[in-house]
Write a protein that binds this ligand. Structure first.
Ligand SMILES: *Cc1c(COP(=O)(O)O)cnc(C)c1O
Length: 395
């Protein structure tokens, strides 16, 4: 029995009636039970008073934001984090009422009005941006104060006012009508590194900023600093809330953090064998003939390619799982198809399902494996699967 047949499909993103799941050539499976487990595991690390924000930007790292958000909230997450206004609206349209922080910078009139209308909560990075917000809210007669989150730069050199200049910025926002400071936060640049030096420096700077604000009589609101790596590595970084992305999806930000809690990968990529054949010694495979058979061999074509999100640079390097066996991919990865060497399992039939990323029995192929092969990070691998691949939610 194929592994997926034991699972219950709870939703299916392909709206057309023409195709059933079983007729698809390739898809992404989202294990919502694993997601729920991951959220519970992360919660166990937190003090009861610390809130958990599930970061669901970029369509929940490619997992499908609405179903991930709903599952995360049911399993103990309190807040959601997105990157952009449309990502926030998508969650509201799915009926989600939890507080949603927009982690990216927003400025335009339309964005500010959409934030107000949809009860989203923006990040403000500067006094100038706070004034823009206040003016627009004044112009539209916004009656209740908008909850805003002030970003300080403690060493990432991305969004935020420099921590040592925070007094003026925070004081200004505190005095502006229409705005209420819901939190002050910063973001860690190196929390996934085994060397904690920079993370400690950022922590000290965040503490110094808080001390400055206390001194000038600012009422300290909710504070937050930690991403997944910060959350797993040091409880003193948790403050009032942690913002967790990668770990929710079941991956560790770094090898040295693997022993902390028991996470399970949520996403698997599956594709069907579409054709099988025998090729003779000396025959070349795929564009450019980068693979030549050095003996007679059995080959299968699998219906997934770089247009689905498999990085072409994995050509002749990746492996896939089929019938519980790890077999090598051969030749150049093409737009919609890959070839695999099935000499070890020569009676494989057309229509059988291969695991491109995921587990079969004792074998695993993880986003980390691909990231290592490609000299990148697992975050990028998760975000690379295209919408051309339907997402199948299973529990
Ligand atoms: C993406 C993001 C996170 C989550 O990061 P992970 O490493 O995936 O946990 C947290 N905070 C901010 C500001 C982010 O942009």
């Amino acid at each position: 029995m194929l592994s997926h047949e034991q699972n219950k499909i709870v939703s299916w993103t392909d709206k057309s009636d023409t195709y059933t799941w079983f007729s698809q050539r390739a898809w992404v499976e989202i294990d919502l039970t694993a997601l729920s487990n991951n959220v519970l595991q992360i919660r166990k690390l937190l003090s009861p008073g610390t809130q958990l924000m599930a970061v669901v930007k970029a369509d929940a790292y490619g997992h499908g934001s609405a179903s991930v958000a709903q599952t995360a909230l049911k399993s103990g997450a309190n807040w959601l984090g997105v990157a952009t206004v449309p990502e926030g609206i998508e969650l509201r349209e799915a009926g989600i009422q939890a507080r949603i922080l927009i982690l990216g910078a927003t400025y335009t009139n339309e964005q500010v009005q959409a934030i107000a209308r949809w009860h989203l909560e923006p990040t403000l990075c500067s006094a100038k941006q706070a004034l823009v917000f206040s003016d627009i809210l004044e112009a539209i007669n916004f009656d209740s104060p908008l909850q805003v989150h002030l970003k300080l730069d403690t060493g990432m050199s991305r969004l935020g006012t420099d921590w040592h200049n925070c007094a003026e910025f925070v004081q200004l926002v505190a005095r502006l009508p229409h705005l209420q400071i819901a939190s002050i936060y910063s973001h860690l640049a190196t929390a996934d590194s085994p060397d904690p030096t920079v993370m400690k420096l950022q922590h000290q700077r965040f503490e110094s900023a808080i001390a400055i604000l206390k001194e000038i009589g600012i009422e300290i609101p909710r504070l937050h600093l930690a991403n997944s790596a910060g959350t797993l590595s040091d409880k003193s970084l948790h403050y009032d809330m942690v913002r967790v992305g990668l770990a929710v999806y079941g991956l560790y930000p770094s090898v040295h953090l693997r022993s902390t809690i028991d996470l399970k990968p949520v996403l698997q990529v599956k594709a069907r064998v579409t054709h099988v054949k025998t090729i003779e010694k000396g025959v070349g495979v795929s564009y450019g003939h980068t693979f030549i058979a050095n003996e007679q061999m059995r080959l299968a074509v699998v219906g997934i390619g770089y247009a689905d999100g498999i990085p072409r640079n994995l050509s002749n390097k990746m492996q896939v799982l089929l019938r519980g066996v790890k077999v090598p991919q051969i030749g150049a990865i093409t737009m919609d198809q890959i070839m695999i060497d099935i000499s070890a399992i020569p009676d494989v039939q057309e229509g059988e399902i291969a695991t491109i990323l995921g587990s079969e029995g004792q074998h695993h192929i993880t986003a980390e494996d691909w990231a290592n092969q490609l000299n990148t990070i697992s975050w990028e691998i998760l975000c690379s699967f295209k919408h051309r691949l339907p997402r199948v939610n299973i529990i």
